[in-house]
Ligand binder design. Structure first.
Ligand code: IVH
Length: 689
């Protein structure tokens, strides 16, 4: 059936649109629409072309690997083309099964043949790079470009250092590798914490922020000024090979990656060898559950036939290998309509503009609120009510509006302005000189701040009151049952049971939870008070240094400055807090309610010297067999030691586990004592008995 004029026009329109967006994405590193939207347009065009092959043009975006060589970088012709891989977006099981079935069919395996072995890995969301090593020395790094010809970005790639203490740098020289030519392919990416810190720095400088880690990474790699590129924190993972000469490749993909790792190339530890479709499904599911907790963005997982010999038999079809497939997860960015902007009041009174969105499914959940950070950021992004915006939800972070989709505004919409008064309590709203944030000046008079203060007080790392959630706090504050923190401890079962959705049992549970929370530690208590600038670590430092609450409450600025990591701003904030009679009263009432901690808690100065790790600085790297990072840190601190993030001459011990990275190298370089978990336990035990 030949296409009707509307379909013909639609196909032409889609081609033009895709051309435009591909140019924004690949050439300018400044996409205007989320990937998911691009994929949707792409698939729509593909569907039209499949139904009406006569509409297919040779230059259709569906027919080529897009990407262009930027002026400014020398072109690099890839000896072995850099291909892309086919994507499965289907549900967990069907995507994996379709791939396995296809591979088995193409290998002409009989239906009861043994399940195939697959190497499974993460699909990193960055940009593909080819690293060329000759006799173990990095001689060239190139982008993918159009797959045949990329750009020479060697200068910029030389600055990919990874993150201090974590693997992830591009080695300039391989360890014990004598291959005449070894081209390593992999992904340059930016970790989420590095991305957040970079955007924070950009904001502080009033410069443009990046939409997501991938764009920030792509922009850095293709930055014409290597000095700027060097300031962008990038990391790398190897996942394959290009041209190879004078090197015997292992017979499987997984062993190939092991070999690369042994040369000092960063290879992601989250990979496995699995059997059959069931193994693929299990990996897809397991990584889907861990996705938010990973330190970097992934957009899916990749399945590869493990045996190199089978890969060769399978070969390629239209620039895609038949032996590999990417299986995607729900997109972390979507477009939706900005319906309204509201102001949210935080624990410290900070007023945050929050986007009220047309609900949209992003990053695996439905999102209808997203932060706009502050009014300056909002202005810079140029978003106004009614616009189509891009929402991002990645990791455990709060969803945010990262930008808007260019479009014509039909109606006049005024620019958003911050209110002069707090929308919750009506107190004046003020901006600190030079700061970006507006704050409500109402303090605990403000219902919103009171709610947040209660939630913080009860939170797991503070007083750890079980059963006190935000719905309940809303009721307690809005119903006038609680005005101050100490009043929490006056709540009885009868009063609580009368509240909405609170039976006698949950009321009793909360009362029990409150009772249990009274036995705490000095540092938790300090942290729970919500003193500005006093986070968990500072609270611990204060408790350890002073050993007793009254000594902290009465400490002078000079005395406070003696504490580890306490600077003038923190010291002033602590002093200001305890100078307010009303805050001292809150503390007294809480103590009167029965809150207590062991006398020696935080180990007063004199006890410190007796602790086994007193005065020692330790660095943790890699993963330990039984202890989590937090547990190891807690044990070391309890034994009087300090945990530092980086290795220096002042480090006493480096505790190294599996996958220990550059910290271990540094420790060896500096000749610092190394411990494994058992060694650490032995040191800790030295103080017992
Ligand atoms: S393998 C011939 N493995 O995804 C197979 N690619 O189209 C070549 N990617 O932009 C690709 N993680 O940069 C492979 N573990 C992984 C990957 C991966 C991310 C990217 C790659 C390319 C796209 C594949």
């Amino acid at each position: 059936m030949s296409a009707d004029p509307a379909t013909i026009a639609r196909a032409a329109e889609l081609r033009a649109l895709l051309e435009h967006h591909a140019q924004r994405y690949y050439v300018r590193d400044a996409p205007e629409i989320p990937d998911a939207e691009y994929d949707r347009l792409f698939q729509t065009l593909q569907a039209i072309e499949t139904a009406h092959p006569e509409l297919l043009t040779a230059d259709s975006p569906t027919q080529r690997v897009i990407g262009k060589v930027l002026d400014g970088f020398a072109p690099v012709r890839h000896t072995v083309p850099m291909l892309s891989i086919r994507t499965e977006t289907d549900t967990e099981a069907s995507g994996a099964e379709a791939f396995d079935a296809r591979v088995r069919r193409e290998l002409a395996l009989v239906s009861d043949a043994a399940p195939l072995e697959y190497a499974v890995e993460l699909k990193f969301d960055g940009l593909a790079i080819n690293l060329r090593y000759e006799l173990g020395v990095l001689v060239q790094a190139a982008t993918r470009g159009d797959g045949e010809t990329g750009e020479d970005v060697t200068q910029n790639i030389r600055t990919v250092r990874g993150r201090a203490g974590a693997a992830g740098g591009v080695p300039l020289r391989l360890r014990d590798c004598t291959a005449a030519v070894l081209e390593v392919r992999g992904e340059v990416y930016m970790r989420r914490d590095d991305f957040d810190a970079l955007n924070e720095r950009q904001r502080a400088k009033g410069e443009k922020t990046f939409v997501n880690p991938r764009n920030a990474a792509a922009g850095a790699v293709r930055q014409l000024d290597p000095a700027i590129a060097a300031q962008r924190p990038l990391s790398f993972f190897a996942y394959g090979l290009g041209d190879v000469q004078g090197w015997a490749q292992p017979v499987t993909h997984s062993a190939t990656l092991d070999a690369l790792a042994s040369y000092g190339l960063p290879v992601c530890a989250d990979r496995a060898v699995v059997l059959g479709a069931a193994g693929l499904v299990a990996f897809h599911r397991a990584m889907g559950e861990r996705r938010d907790a990973l330190p970097f963005d992934i957009d899916g997982v990749v399945y590869k036939v493990n045996a190199v010999e089978l890969q060769q038999r399978l070969g390629f079809v239209s620039r895609e290998p038949r032996w590999a497939v990417a299986h995607k997860y729900p997109a972390q960015e979507q477009m939706t309509r900005l319906n309204a902007i509201e102001i949210q009041v935080g624990r410290t009174g900070k007023l945050t503009p929050v986007a009220k969105l047309e609900p949209v499914f992003v990053g695996g959940t439905t999102v209808s609120n997203a932060t706009l950070h502050n009014v300056f950021e909002l202005r810079r992004k140029g978003v106004r009510v009614g616009d189509t915006v891009i929402v991002r939800r990645a990791g455990d972070v709060i969803p945010e509006v990262v930008g808007k989709v260019p479009g014509v505004r039909v109606d006049y919409v005024p620019n958003f302005r911050m209110p002069r008064s707090c929308p919750v309590c009506g107190s004046a709203a003020a901006r600190e000189r030079g700061g970006m944030d507006y704050r409500c000046t109402g303090g605990l008079f403000c219902g919103a701040q009171r709610k947040q203060a209660l939630l913080h007080f009860a939170s797991r790392r503070a007083m750890d009151v079980e059963g006190l959630g935000d719905k309940l706090v809303d009721q307690l504050v809005d119903g006038g049952l609680i005005r101050t923190l100490p009043e929490l401890y006056t709540l009885g079962v009868a009063k609580l049971a009368a509240l909405d959705r609170m039976g006698g049992k949950s009321a009793q549970n909360l009362v029990d939870g409150l009772h249990r929370s009274k036995h705490t530690t000095l540092s938790r208590f300090l942290f729970s008070l919500g003193i500005r600038q006093v986070g968990e670590t500072t609270a611990k430092d204060l408790a350890r240094h002073f050993g007793a609450l009254d000594r902290i409450m009465d400490a002078s600025i000079e005395q406070l400055l003696m504490v580890n990591d306490v600077g003038p701003i923190v010291a002033k904030s602590i002093r200001t807090f305890f100078d307010q009679p009303h805050n001292r009263e809150v503390v007294e009432q809480l103590l009167a309610a029965g809150i207590q901690w062991p006398e020696h808690d935080g180990s007063a100065l004199q006890d410190q010297a007796a602790l086994p790790l007193h005065g020692k600085t330790l660095v943790l790297t890699g993963s330990l067999p039984t202890l989590s990072r937090d547990e190891a840190k807690a044990l070391i601190e309890a034994a009087g030691g300090k945990v530092s993030g980086s290795v220096s001459k002042k480090t006493h011990f480096v505790v190294a586990g599996e996958e220990a990275g550059s910290k271990l190298d540094k420790a060896r370089e500096l000749g610092i004592a190394l411990l494994d978990e058992a060694g650490l336990q032995a040191l800790l035990a030295a103080g017992e008995g």
